[in-house]
Ligand binder design. Sequence first.
Ligand code: PLP
Length: 394
Amino acid sequence: MRYDFDRIVDRRGTSSYKWDMLEEIFGSDDLLPMWVADMDFRSPPALIEALTERAKHGVFGYTARNDGFYQSFIDWVKVRHDWDIKRKWIIASPGVVPSIAIAVQAFTKPGEKVLLQTPVYYPFFDVIKNNNRELAVNELRYSNGRYEMDFDSLEKEIDDKTKLLILCSPHNPVGRVWTKDELKTLGEICLRKGVIVLSDEIHSDIVYSGSKHTPFAKISEELSEISITCMAPSKTFNIAGLETSLTIVPNSKLRKVFENRLYDQLFMRLGNIFGINATEMAYRHGKEWLDELLEYLERNRDYAVKYINENIPGIKPVKPEGTYLLWLDFRGLGMNDNEIRNLLLHRAKVALGHGPIFGKGGEGFQRLNFACPRTLLEKGLAKIEKAMRELRDG
Ligand SMILES: Cc1ncc(COP(=O)(O)O)c(C=O)c1O
């Protein structure tokens, strides 16, 4: 191993959302945070060095995105996902969720419907609700420990008011890396019904052995024409705080509408100097680091799944094919969601993602982030095990 993912980095007091907001969000500071989706690892050294050099320059004026920024991303997507994208298709923005909000505003009208497949990443709900659009839900099917899309009900759920589907691929929180066939079936339904597909592929670089990410827009020319794809270096290289993401819109009409909203109405034209720099450095020099990270994460995933299966009766882990998020099924315990939350927060003293906030199908589940040094993961799991044992023993 060239990179030290075992190293504990103290993140308290760094304005970390994950570590410094515990009191405000969970009501106690004395918790091990395993919730929001960032990692407790340092970013690739090449990226840190580049940002240090940039900071030493000392002038931080308005910053344009140079050719290197776009080319590094185009090359990354080609090598990593075998997808050829054109420079003019790419629109940079401060984040994937802001891009989704822009798409909702640009491609739907108030009162029209946006479709989600739940349980799913919860800010999607807020984007729909806060923009006065209607939420349509197609719940994922869960059987034999595996989640699948329910195409029959999806087809039924789409009506004349349904204009946009937000696809989470790979899927947060259930960890599925959708297959090409699944995506094709989904895409064909949307194509037939006139629904635009926003494919949130922020987790596409975090995929484990045996699975392969397929960009939705790569499947066919026709599907590419109804697609908006969101990607970012933020999950991959742990730079969410640098607020830089890339949206790919091959269809020129859709792109114009999106750009109009972003550039001409919201005036988000220029970028964050460190975000631009870090993105290029990471995409150019981060491959080796990411390959090692993926090995580390996969071992963490396997460790957590095995540990829970062997030591924590009543909790069933849903082994993820991608993402560093582990979806845990607590339903075997016969406890309600409040009781589960209280057990985790007050007895185990761990902060996890609370299932019900992920929408329909999230009840009875919790989401655990395993992107941390192994010792922290061991500590978190041991805390949950101990709390469960105490509960059983009365
Ligand atoms: C599926 C998904 N989309 C988007 C985001 C956040 O993206 P951003 O920080 O670029 O808005 C996350 C973060 O957890 C996520 O899991």
